[in-house]
Every structure is written in C-alpha cells, then in structure tokens.
Design a binder for this molecule. Structure first.
Ligand code: NG1
Ligand code: ZN
Length: 542
C-alpha cells in the first residue's frame, strides 16, 4: 500500500465531526478539549510527529496525551521537540491545518502539501515516543495515535503512563544518548535515579524539617511520586524526606483534579477541602500531569497562605545566586529571573533590589518564559500558577563543572550547585523535580513556610475576568510584554489615567489566550484600592 493510501485508510477510522472543522487550534497547551471529539485530532498529530521527526533527520519526537488540570472528561495532545522543549512555534500552524482538514482526501492533500513545503524526505526515518496521563480516554487516544504512526512507518516506543515532564526528559535523553550532552538514562527508572542521586548530593550536609504533605490531584503525579520516593533516602536517615502522599487515587477517574490539585488551590486560594494539615504544616499540590506545583500552609491564625510560582522563583533565584557567590562563580554566572506581567510587583522589586538580579518580563505562556530564560547563564522562570524551572546554559554548566574551589566552603557550595543542575529538569516545568528543589532550599536555609513567606510582602492584587463582545479587539503593544494595549484606541490612555490615582498602582488588560475573555490585573498598596483599581479598569475595557 502506498504511503498516501495508508494515511487515508487509517484516517477513515477517525473522522472529524463536520461541525468542528475549522475550530481546532494548536495552542500553548497543544490541542485540548472534550476527549470524545479528540480522536481525529490525535490521529493527525501523530502524522505531524512523523513529519517532524523526518524533517529533523530521524531525531525522536515526543507525543504526550494529557489535559493537565482540566476536568476528567477532557483530554489533549501535544508534541515535544528533540531537546525536550515544546514544539517549535512555527510548526503549531501545521498541526492546526492538519486538524482542520475536512475529509480524508483533504487530509492527504494537506499532509502532502506539508511534505512539499517543508521539504520533508519521506525516506528518512521517523522516530516517536509517547505517553499519557491517567485519564480513562487515554488508551483509546493512544490507539488513534498508533494508527498514524503505523500508517507513516514510524519507529515507536509507548511509555504508557507518565507525567508530562517525564516524557520531556525521555525525549531529551534519547536524542542526546552517546553524545557529549547525554542527559540521562533513557528510562523511567533513569529519571528517578537521576533525581534521587542529585537530591542525595544536595542534601549531604543538611536535612529537611518536619514533613511535607503532597496533594497529587488524583492524577499521574501520585503513583510517580510514590515510585520516586523508593529511590530517595528514607525519612529516618539523614537527608530523608518525610512525605505524606494524599489525593493519589487514580482508579476513580472522576476524582482527577476534583476539589484538589495545584489549579484548584491557586484559583480558589484555599487548601483542598479534604486537607487535614494543621497550622504551619508544609503542603503542596501538583496538577493533573505533574508539571505544576504550588506550596501553602495555614499560619498561626489559621489563615491560608499560598506560596505560588512567584515565591518558588524568588526562593530558587536567591539560593542559586547565593551558591554562585559562595562557590566563587559569581563573575562567571549571570543569574536572571523571567516573569510575566502577572508576577506580583513586590517579587519583582525583591529580585532587583534585595537579590540584585536581572529580570526579564515576557508575554504570558511558558514557551516565552522558557525561551527568555535560556538567554541567561542561569535562567529562573515560573508562572504564578506554579509551572516553571531553571535552565543552565552550556557555558554555565562548563563553568560549574570545571571550577576549582579555593576553600572547603567553596567546594561545598559548588557540590550543591552541581547537584542542582541534575536535580532540576532542564526541559520543562516539573512538579516532582521542583518539589525536591524547594525541599533542598528550605533545608539549606533552615526555612519554615512562614519564613519563606516573610522574605517579602506581596502587594495586594486583584485579577478579574471580563467578558467582552470580541476579545480580538484587544491587542497589545509589541515589546511591552502585554502590559500596554495598542487597541481599542484610547483604552491605554484611560487605564493610565486611573492607575495614576493609586499609590503603588499598576494595572493592565489583555485578551486571554485560553479563554474567551479579557483579563484585568491590578495592584495597589491596599486590598481595597487594588479591588477598586481592577473594577475601574474592567469598566474601561467592558
Ligand atoms: P491566559 O488565559 O492567556 O491568561 C492562562 C494563564 C497563564 C498560562 C496559560 C496556559 C493567568 C493569568 N494566565 O493564560 O499563566 O498558564 O493559561 O495554561 O493565569
Ligand atoms: Zn499541567
């Protein structure tokens, strides 16, 4: 059977509901929607995975089937590029084109057009690895994906159930195997071993205080965390972590992300209702595919306190800068932090004034942050929602690994810094890796959650979602990281006039990339003023 024929015949098994044609769009999170309408989309993403691998001369591409923090009935699919990064932005439109083809014949035509325009050599090998989260629809969607990979003669490895960052890790490992930049052993076990060895090294002279309760959103993070714990020192030994795993039921699909998980905690600004933690107890929540994490605790007055992505970023940046200084590497390593406009202004001031580090502000969306972070020697980035990581440039890694410490104190700091380069997942935000990172830092600093929170005081802020007739009317000025509106005409001037009336006032409006709405963010010196300012700006955009 010819290639075209195989693609067409398999496509016939996965038809697109006519009313959906033209509506699919590959966005920040790939494709994400109700699982029952995803079959054809996953099939077509499989076709693109093969094309991308062939275009890159047989480098391995990853496909992850997950809908992260979305409800259990949703699912999604996204591609992972060879170094474990998200799919190159210029290819997102090809995914969209394939998904929206309105018949099997049309699909074959779009596919062949891509082969031609992208100059893909169909004789090159295609290599694809894939995994899924714990959703009930996952195995059916894997079937759709496999049909595409079979039709296009790809070499495949099914890694079954994994967290999203584990798949990113594996993709990078496969593609760097046998090279100078070998990232790790190409197996799930290799992932745990790498993290565990790095954790042990980083905790050599210290131990964690108290215990940590981890809410796993009833998703894939639960079983994977339990697995990881088997590789870590036990709580009774030095450096051992005392972890209580909760919300790790993956056998009741309807419980996924329900009243628990990082998104629930961040959005509702409260602990999962099932939480039994007492005052001061250190808690954290993962999201449904374990690429986000937020920490929290109840203070002595039983008030819920969130330690979100901004807090993880400041904690990590301060620790890494400290280690760079202590090891005598400060001149060789520029540590920078990447934030979005939603980062609390107090965190920005703290990073610049107290830590003396550089900051870059990018548009919303992890791909922008990640990209900007790679321009620093050590780039720390986290979205407020808890997705983030730290990336070390090749020259930073070289400096760290070749540095000759001049004293035992320098040697200790250097060892810890070296351990962090392995502990931190360099490919993408990883809740399990970030969890260990935070535990290492808190142990080294001897910080409780309350002390972590005290490093600076957040400015009161308010985020509101405003329904508008057409969000596409709201565009931002290039280069302002979405902090200034270009259109509608006059809106930005009006916003600035209102903002000027508030002490420490800051506000901006932008169209959401994931919902049909405009988001208004406001900060001011008091809670009431922040609310007031947000309402006034919402009135302008409405
Ligand atoms: P949008 O809808 O574009 O504001 C939201 C989050 C982002 C990011 C994406 C993708 C806010 C204000 N925005 O983007 O941080 O996580 O979803 O999930 O939280
Ligand atoms: Zn996620």
């Amino acid at each position: 059977m010819s290639h075209d024929q195989a693609v067409k015949e398999a496509s016939a098994k996965h038809t697109t509901p006519a009313e959906l044609v033209g509506k699919f769009q590959y966005g920040t999170a790939g494709f994400r929607m109700k699982a029952n309408i995803l079959d054809s989309v996953v099939y077509r993403v499989g076709l693109l995975a093969s094309l991308r691998s062939r275009k890159l001369n047989g480098q391995t591409i990853g496909v992850m089937i997950t809908a992260s923090h979305n409800p259990p009935e949703d699912n999604g699919v996204k591609l992972v590029d060879p170094m474990g990064e998200m799919l190159e932005a210029s290819w997102e439109k090809y995914a969209t084109q394939l998904a929206n083809a309105d018949s099997d014949d049309h699909l074959v035509q779009v596919y062949n057009d891509l082969v031609k325009t992208l100059k893909v050599n169909l004789d090159a090998p295609a290599r694809v690895i894939f995994a899924r989260d714990t959703r009930a629809s996952g195995s059916r969607l894997v079937g759709c994906l496999n049909d595409a990979l079979t039709a296009t003669n790809a070499e495949v490895t099914d890694y079954k159930i994994l967290t999203t960052p584990q798949l990113h890790y594996l993709v990078r490992c496969v593609n760097t195997k046998g090279t100078q930049d070998e990232y790790g052993e190409v197996s799930e076990k290799g992932y745990y071993e790498k993290l565990a060895a790095a954790f042990k090294q980083a905790m050599e002279h210290t131990k964690p205080q108290g215990h940590l309760t981890v809410d796993c959103a009833n998703g894939v993070g639960g079983p994977k965390l339990r697995e990881l714990l088997k590789y870590l020192p036990s709580p009774d030994t030095d450096g051992g972590l005392d972890v209580k795993v909760v919300n790790d039921d993956v056998h009741k699909p309807e419980s996924l992300n329900h009243q628990c998980g990082a998104d629930f905690v961040k959005t509702n600004q409260r602990a999962p209702p099932s939480s039994k933690a007492g005052p001061g107890d250190r808690c954290c929540s993962l999201d449904g595919d374990a690429d986000r994490i937020v920490f929290y605790f109840q203070d002595e007055k039983n008030v819920f306190r969130l330690l979100d992505g901004d807090r993880i970023a400041t904690l990590a940046a301060s620790f890494i800068a400290e280690l760079a200084r202590q090891s005598g590497l400060m001149e060789k390593l520029t540590v920078g932090v990447v934030q979005t406009a939603y980062a609390n202004g107090a965190s920005t001031t703290y990073i610049q004034k107290n830590l003396g580090l550089q900051i870059v502000c990018t548009p919303t969306g992890v791909k922008h942050l990640h990209h900007a972070a790679t321009r620093f020697d050590v780039g720390v980035y986290f979205e407020a929602n808890g997705h983030g990581t730290v990336v070390f440039s090749p020259s930073a890694l070289k400096a760290i690994h070749t540095h000759q410490p001049q004293s035992p104190a320098q040697a200790d700091a250097l060892t810890t810094l070296m351990a962090l380069t392995d502990l931190i997942n360099q490919t993408v935000g990883d809740a399990l890796s970030d969890l260990l990172l935070v535990e290492v830092i808190l142990a080294h600093k001897g910080f409780s959650c309350a002390e972590w929170l005290q490093t600076y005081t957040d400015l009161p802020n308010r985020l509101v979602r405003v329904e508008v007739a057409d969000r596409n009317q709201f565009t931002t000025v290039e280069g302002t990281a979405e902090r200034q509106l270009a259109t509608p005409a006059g809106a930005q001037k009006d916003i600035e006039k209102v903002v000027a009336k508030y002490k420490d006032g800051r506000s901006f409006a932008r169209a959401s990339g994931t919902e049909d709405a405009v988001r208004v963010y406001a900060e001011a010196s008091t809670r009431a003023e922040a609310e007031d300012l947000a309402a006034a700006v919402a009135q302008i955009v409405r």
